[in-house]
Design a protein around this ligand. Structure first.
Ligand SMILES: NC(=O)c1ccc[n+]([C@@H]2O[C@H](COP(=O)([O-])OP(=O)(O)OC[C@H]3O[C@@H](n4cnc5c(N)ncnc54)[C@H](O)[C@@H]3O)[C@@H](O)[C@H]2O)c1
Length: 436
């Protein structure tokens, strides 16, 4: 497959300069200056087996596919608060003062552009640094002007946009999202079914820039955007970074299913106290997150195929805003399982995690892999990046793949295919032989 070289600078455009994006930027700075290894990043640390096991070819992914260099990334952002990256990171309280000070020049240099924001879609937020425009189309045009200014100023050769803004209220795909023509008419008529995140997505795609959706918002997961991505020849990916509790769910559930153990209850609850938690305290934003979080188990367990094991599964997800915890979330799971002759057992998981620390390497990998896909001419939904999402986007009529290990195989096989190497099916080997 022909892949353009990653020459020149890669602009990383981020709507939402909050906890996740500032932790990502500070981490990239720390990696580049040898203050840390790229922990948690598959693109930087993982190896990939090529050919037969006897060939002993296991390069690092970053030495196998032509990824952009971290040194070539330049950051741009939008936010409804005017705080620069350093001020925002300090406010998010994810990083120690030592790590924060070390990354200060890089973080400080990211000064957010004015946001496209409407409180109607995020009830718990309000800020002064917001664009004005008579129509949503005008706001999209202002974003496109921001993008061209950013390009000129930074002399980038290409860009990727990744949404790290807040979770908006729940919106279902409707008539206005059904075709590009209807969507553009909706932008001109200020259709209420078009939230801010979709205006960014439209501006990115119209500017020929791939768009990655880190939140559960609908954004590019509608026919109008698929049409635009196709027309402009750009890659899209989403939705909702798979980080804490859902990551563990998609690690554990495939294991239980692999051994044909039944599950009749999975209760998940979280306490978190960051701004994301505050936004999710609004039932309308929580609904968007809940839908995203609940999909995984149904697809992994296939209750229609295995009714004796999973048809009665009661799955409940709760998120509780609890300020004292800040970004250090705690996620509990109680899993009621049953085995041989129906005897019941329980599993308890207590994950004391850090939301943004888990999300930052996911942002890095998604930016690098999406840029790679774009240079390889792979337009539209990048299903091979499902590995990184709670609610993976798929082509219409297909079902999403949630099993983390199938997702990893798919990701690595796509990389092999891009580089004209044979896919690995593990036929003739034990299933997981340590060299995925
Ligand atoms: N592990 C994780 O942290 C994780 C996992 C999955 C998804 N996410 C999602 O990633 C997003 C970011 O999470 P976070 O913890 O950094 O939240 P955060 O609240 O710290 O940051 C979000 C930022 O986006 C800004 N914002 C909101 N609407 C905007 C708009 N229309 N334009 C520009 N800026 C806007 C807010 O002012 C805020 O600064 C959220 O949607 C969250 O649900 C996070």
């Amino acid at each position: 497959m022909k892949i353009d070289s990653p020459n020149g600078k890669l602009g990383v455009l981020i709507p939402g300069l909050g906890a996740v994006s500032t932790t990502f930027i500070a981490g990239v700075d720390a990696i580049m200056n040898n203050r840390t290894a790229p922990l948690g990043s598959v693109s930087q640390m993982a190896t990939i087996r090529l050919g037969k096991r006897t060939e002993d070819r296991n390069p690092k992914i970053k030495d196998f596919v032509p990824l952009a260099n971290l040194e070539d990334m330049v950051f741009g952002a939008w936010d409804l608060f005017p705080d620069n990256g350093y001020e925002s990171a300090a406010n998010a309280q994810v990083l120690s003062s030592e790590d924060l000070e070390a990354a200060k020049p890089t973080l400080e240099a990211v000064k957010p552009m004015k946001a496209v924001f409407d409180r109607q879609y995020v009830k718990k937020l309000d800020g002064p640094h917001v664009k004005k425009g008579a129509t949503k189309m005008e706001l999209a045009e202002q974003l496109m002007e921001d993008i061209s200014r950013f390009r000129k100023l930074n002399q980038t050769s290409r860009e990727v946009m990744i949404w790290a803004g807040s979770t908006e209220i729940y919106i279902e795909a409707g008539d206005v999202h059904s075709s590009l023509k209807k969507f553009e008419a909706g932008l001109r008529k200020n259709d209420p079914q078009i939230p801010s995140s979709m205006i960014y997505a439209y501006a990115a795609l119209k500017s020929g820039i791939p768009y990655i959706n880190g939140s559960p918002n609908l954004s590019v997961d509608v026919p109008a955007m698929h049409e635009l991505a196709d027309e402009m020849g750009v890659a899209i990916a989403g939705k909702d970074f798979k980080t804490g509790q859902t990551l563990l769910k998609t690690i554990l559930a495939p294991g239980l299913k692999a051994r044909m153990l039944g599950v009749d209850g999975w209760f998940s609850t979280n306490i978190l106290g960051n701004r994301d938690g505050e936004v999710l305290d609004d039932p309308m934003s929580f609904k968007t997150k809940e839908v995203s979080k609940k999909g995984a188990l149904d697809y992994i367990f296939q209750p229609k195929v295995y009714p004796e094991l999973y048809k009665d599964l009661y799955h409940k997800v709760r998120i509780n805003y609890y300020p004292p915890r800040g970004d250090a979330k705690e996620g509990w799971d109680n899993i009621d399982i049953f085995g041989w002759m129906g005897y019941k057992m329980q599993i308890k998981v207590d994950f004391l995690c850090r939301d943004s620390i888990l999300a930052a390497p996911v942002v890095l990998d998604l930016v690098l892999f999406t840029d790679l896909a774009q240079r390889a001419g792979m337009k539209g939904i990048q299903e091979w990046l499902s590995f990184y999402f709670k609610s993976p986007m798929v082509a219409p009529k297909l079902y999403p793949e949630h099993d983390l290990f199938i997702q990893l195989t798919k990701l690595k096989n796509t990389l092999r295919w891009m580089m004209d190497e044979e896919p690995i099916t593990h036929l003739g080997h034990e299933y997981y032989d340590g060299y995925q």
